[in-house]
Write a protein that binds this ligand. Structure first.
Ligand code: ADP
Length: 494
């Protein structure tokens, strides 16, 4: 059994390179518990509006120096951060599991994934450049510059509390922006844990401020302050809508990674052994609390019986429990309310004709668990498009099966959602896979692959799943502004 490591940081806002203890012991603290056991991890001081404003001020001040540092040197800080994260992989992963609940191997994978973004944007920093464009009039030229936008407000969720932060922080800092980061209320510790790591890697004070707090308090302050020029959120579509509205009067740049409702289409010629293995891995990843997880499994009617048999066997073999214990496949959900929500969706589907064909409640026999935070991995067959289990994001370890007869029908139903984040298609005929993948309205399509996200590629949703992209060459552009100088062209006197 692994344990939560001793803290190398303080449970308080990190502003201008120091811990803001003032608000820490007050009544406005948020209690962070291990969702697997209910054990108290920390009381974290919430940043109030004044602290957030002070953080923005400090970031604006630090921005003047940070943007002047050569891009290659800024990149070195980020690459050193990547190396430091990897060298502390075990303790960071243990903290992440204790706070978030995901099994330790998934947490260690998240540390690697977060480090890959610091590495990638550390490399990309030096590739930001402008261009000189010929002027249509004689004796003049245009300089097209790519400039850091200013202070960035970064807001992240609790499902990948380290990696979602890393994607935004690394891109913003590489671009030459400074940033104020508000982690999710359930998972502030892993964000605060990054502060000393960045400082040791050489990040000057004030370049990254970390302000744990309530979204309803911190969000409006970030949105209203004119010094904040970019707002980057990963969260629910509802939060995206409210942030967009709050940012409208200030005409702020927005980068939004929002909810999804990913279809997972199993073509008639799919290898069901591969499908079962990858589908169960995808759905058990962070217990299904992932915006790109498969939400609607479209299986050809002729293959459904075989799929159910295979899924039932795999689900029965899963080990569910405290992510710090050995050999765990799925941990708890983030809190009791999340379980209640998923339970309601499943119950509604069953009342409307859905059938539970597999379920694993083995965690009920494990001592020491906070049982109310666990939800049994469940397969529901006979799901209809109109059920909430299919029409909305589930955010739990539930596999809803929807059967189809023809491919055009499957594609049309897959696209019949306001969301467009991820999609998956499994089969053996490459031409057909390619055609289906192209027809799906999604920011990313995994073909015979359950986890296609990498630092090298842009990831972002279409339709109501978001605006902009993270990762790839595109990720840094979210934090850059294009400016033009039109000036006389110097010439050599003859
Ligand atoms: P989830 O359902 O994944 O918790 P949320 O959208 O509720 O998604 O939360 C994502 C992040 O957005 C969290 O850090 C949360 O505190 C923050 N948040 C919530 N409400 C607001 C808001 N009105 N303005 C800005 N951020 C918010």
């Amino acid at each position: 059994m692994k344990t939560c490591p001793p803290f190398w940081f303080e449970p308080a806002p990190w502003v201008d390179g120091a811990w803001r203890q003032a608000s820490h012991r007050g009544s406005d603290a948020c209690t962070v518990r291990n969702p697997a056991t209910g054990a108290l991890l920390a009381e974290v001081g919430r940043a109030d509006a004044g602290t957030v404003t002070a953080a923005i001020e400090g970031a604006a001040r630090a921005g003047r120096g940070w943007r002047e540092i050569p891009a290659a040197a800024r990149g070195e800080v980020l690459k050193r951060t990547a190396a430091a994260l990897l060298s502390r992989r075990d303790e960071v992963a243990r903290l992440l599991t204790a706070e978030q609940g995901k099994p330790y191997p998934q947490a260690a994978g998240e540390v690697d994934y977060a480090a890959s973004f610091f590495q990638w944007f550390g490399e990309e920093a030096r590739r930001v450049h402008g261009r000189i464009v010929p002027h249509p009039e004689p004796g003049r030229e245009f300089l097209v510059e790519q400039c850091p936008a200013g202070v960035a407000g970064l807001i992240t969720p609790w499902n990948f509390p380290l990696a979602q932060g890393a994607k935004k922080v690394a891109a913003a800092l590489a671009a030459g922006c400074t940033a104020v980061w508000k982690p999710a209320e359930a998972t502030p510790l892993i964000a605060l844990a990054l502060a000393p790591i960045l400082a040791e890697a050489g990040l000057p004070p004030g370049v990254l401020q970390i302000v744990p707090g309530k979204g309803s308090v911190v969000g409006p302050v970030l949105a209203a302050d004119p010094r904040v020029r970019v707002l980057s959120l990963t969260g629910s579509t509802a939060t995206g809508i409210s942030l967009m509205a709050a940012a409208a009067p200030g005409i702020k740049r927005l980068s939004l990674e929002l909810g999804g409702n990913a279809p997972f289409i199993i073509l008639p010629d799919a290898d069901l052994e591969l499908v079962t293995d990858q589908l169960v891995r995808l759905k058990m990843f962070v217990s299904g609390q992932v915006c790109v997880t498969a939400n609607r499994i479209f299986v050809h009617a002729d293959r459904e019986g075989e799929l159910i048999e295979r899924l039932a066997a795999r689900i029965a073999a899963l080990r569910i429990g405290d992510g710090l214990a050995e050999g765990i496949d799925a941990g708890p959900l983030i809190h009791t309310a999340a379980c209640r929500d998923v339970r309601g969706r499943v119950a509604e589907a069953v009342a409307a004709g859905g059938r539970i064909v597999a379920e694993n409640r083995s965690f009920e026999d494990v001592p020491g668990l906070d049982q109310q935070n666990f939800f049994p991995p469940t397969v529901v067959a006979g799901v209809e498009d109109s059920m909430r289990l299919a029409s909305e994001e589930i955010f739990g370890p539930v596999i809803p099966l929807l059967s189809y007869r023809t491919l055009p029908e499957a594609v049309d139903r897959a696209n019949a959602t306001p969301y467009g984040l991820a999609a998956y298609v499994y089969g053996t005929d490459l031409a057909r896979l390619r055609a289906v993948a192209s027809a799906l309205e999604a920011g990313i399509v995994g073909v015979n692959e359950w986890r296609p996200l990498k630092a090298e590629i842009p990831f972002g949703g279409v339709k109501q799943s978001g605006i902009g992209a993270e990762g790839g060459e595109e990720g840094i552009r979210e934090f850059l502004e294009t400016r033009v100088i039109s000036m006389p062209k110097p010439g050599v006197e003859r």
